[in-house]
Design a protein. Structure first.
Length: 334
């Protein structure tokens, strides 16, 4: 097969060489885009991370494409309708970062609860005053885990290690896991009302878009904290800004934003040539507003990014491509 791997870092190239010489391999540092797709019009298989454009208009310019091996667990960035119609197999990496993402959620929570960012900034300028840096314990607090899949269950385990009471919401409850790990399921509204900290671990599917909006924030326990390491669109950013500005939430720690693509490159939203949706511009403005809150911590979508996790991503992706080539595809999502 002719294989093109996009968004590849230098260290990943050696691992991908396992695809040669049986296959023709092209590696590109840049993401796949409408502007760059012509260079790989003969590709039969591609591998991308989450920043590539995998919309129908781009994929239609790859007429020989038979396989997309996304180097992510989520696949909402892929036009699965086009893939189904065109007979393109899509594979993902289902479980590379269960502990990795859950650990980052708690890193964010600890940074927020103990005012770590403020403390470090202060001491770096030679100020060792403790004024305004008082935090709060995690022990004894109620942790609400929204999405109790693999990552959510790992968050449950970590939370129990801190001595927290754990409650969870999931569209598909797993009673055996609840009994094994020591948590209980509640309806979302009740979880929000009871939780001191809410941590989100749901996929970015259409059903989860704006899962937390004004009604949900109004239902949350006053003074609660929100942690989001899932997808930015799961939270209505404008509603989150309102909840923070009103004092309903005591703080938020986010690894993802609804318009994080545009936050990386704000010109991106104007490149299509068409009028930009007002809603998208308002969300981008709200994302910027979050950065100004002293009780908000934002990291640039790095919850997955450890040496061990990215090695697992590359290893599984290469295996996915080889499995497809052998006629026995694995980790197929469509």
């Amino acid at each position: 097969m002719r294989i093109t791997i996009y968004e590849i870092e230098e260290w990943e190239r050696s691992a991908c060489l396992a695809l040669e010489p049986a296959h023709t391999l092209t590696c590109r540092e840049a993401a796949l885009s409408e502007a760059s797709v012509a260079a790989d019009s003969e590709a039969e298989a591609i591998s991308t991370f989450i920043w590539s454009d995998l919309s129908g208009p781009v994929l239609r310019r790859l007429p020989n494409l038979k396989l997309i091996a996304t180097r992510s667990t989520g696949f909402e960035h892929i036009d699965l309708t086009h893939c189904r119609q065109a007979g393109i197999t899509v594979c993902n990496v289902p479980d590379y970062g269960d502990n990795t993402v859950a650990e980052h959620a708690f890193a964010l929570l600890l940074a927020l609860s103990r005012r770590i960012v403020d403390a470090v900034v202060r001491t770096r300028r030679g100020d060792f005053s403790q004024t305004g840096l008082r935090g709060f314990d995690l022990a004894g607090k109620t942790l609400g885990v929204v999405g109790a899949g693999r990552i959510g269950q790992r968050a449950v385990q970590i939370g129990r290690g801190f001595g927290m009471e754990i409650i969870a919401f999931d569209a598909r409850p797993d009673p055996a896991a609840a009994q094994r790990l020591g948590f209980r399921y509640l309806p979302l509204a009740e979880l929000l009302a009871r939780s001191d900290i809410v941590t989100l671990h749901v996929p970015g599917a259409a059903a989860n878009q704006a899962l937390l909006s004004d009604p949900q924030f109004a239902a949350m326990k006053p003074g609660a904290v929100l942690i989001n390491t899932s997808r930015g669109g799961v939270v209505d950013t404008q509603a989150l800004v309102r909840a923070l500005a009103s004092g309903r939430l005591a703080g938020a720690a986010l690894d993802v934003l609804a318009e994080e693509d545009a936050m990386r490159d704000e010109a991106e939203i104007f490149r299509a040539g068409a009028a930009v949706e007002t809603q998208r511009l308002q969300t981008l403005l709200a994302d910027h507003a979050l950065l100004a809150f002293p009780n908000v911590i934002v990291t640039p979508h790095v919850a997955y990014d450890t040496r061990e996790a990215v090695a697992r991503i590359v290893e599984t992706t290469v295996a996915n491509i080889l499995a497809y080539a052998s006629g026995a595809p694995q980790n197929v999502i469509n």
